[in-house]
Design a protein around this ligand. Structure first.
Ligand SMILES: Nc1ncnc2c1ncn2[C@@H]1O[C@H](COP(=O)(O)OP(=O)(O)OP(=O)(O)O)[C@@H](O)[C@H]1O
Ligand SMILES: [Mg+2]
Length: 218
């Protein structure tokens, strides 16, 4: 069992006027899907930015298994994998190359990396014919699946997703929701998804609501 912890975290953007969070403490567990809801501008994406290791809290600490995170580069490489709302796929690379990249980064040999990437694309149920296509040649839902396969390729214990079902139809949202649930329940990952969707929180093990700079349990 691993856990990710926010301990007395406050955050203000360098150019921001207000504190987005005030003294937030929360624990997230492996094997669970946690959803974070809240109004637009409440700070949900900012929360994921901190949990992703893209910024340090203004005050307070982020801990993994009781250890304070000090090296954000190592944290991003070995602990947290993020699926951004806009996916941020490498546009000049094929779908397969996008998923191979983190595997090579982690030292897999090229043949094994290709095999593993194809496995991951099949896990997210992407049409195998799309492996040689570029992201721009894929639909929004297909791109989201590629983004998940790429995040999974890092083989990190924490998976974070910012509005993973935004702009997707009901059926495609369900496919993405099933991937998130599977990552938590079958693969034992610690999964946190920010969402406006009604479906994801219904499937979540823990439901949080961000309001007035504070995380509340639903
Ligand atoms: N780089 C930045 N510098 C200063 N302020 C910022 C920055 N990024 C976001 N903010 C502000 O922080 C607040 C929280 O933004 P955030 O994107 O986290 O909200 P959100 O809950 O994800 O909203 P949405 O549901 O619309 O995505 C907003 O008031 C926003 O204007
Ligand atoms: Mg947001």
């Amino acid at each position: 069992m691993s856990k990710l912890e926010l301990q007395g975290v406050s955050f203000k953007y360098p150019r921001g006027k207000r504190m987005i969070f005030q003294n937030v403490s929360e624990t997230f567990d492996s094997g669970k899907l946690t959803t974070v809801e809240g109004e637009s501008g409440a700070g949900k994406s900012t929360l994921l930015t901190l949990l992703s290791g893209l910024a340090l809290p203004t005050k307070g600490t982020l801990l993994m298994d009781g250890e304070p995170i000090r090296d954000l580069t190592l944290y991003r490489r070995n602990v947290a994998a993020t699926v951004a709302q806009a996916n941020h796929l490498f546009e000049g690379r094929t779908v397969l190359e996008n998923v191979i990249y983190p595997l090579l980064l982690k030292g897999a040999d090229p043949a094994r990396a290709k095999e593993k990437a194809l496995e991951l694309l099949s896990e997210v149920r992407l049409d195998p014919e799309l492996a040689s296509h570029f992201p721009a040649e894929c639909s929004g839902g297909e791109q989201k699946r590629v983004a998940f396969a790429r995040a999974m390729a890092l083989q990190n214990p924490v998976i974070l997703a910012d509005e993973p079902t935004a702009n997707l139809d009901k059926g495609t949202s369900r496919v993405i929701a099933d991937i998130l649930v599977d990552l938590a329940h079958e693969k034992g990952k610690l999964v946190i998804a920010v969402t406006h969707d009604l479906l994801l929180p219904e499937l979540a093990d823990a439901r949080l609501y961000l309001r007035g700079g504070v995380l509340e349990h639903e």
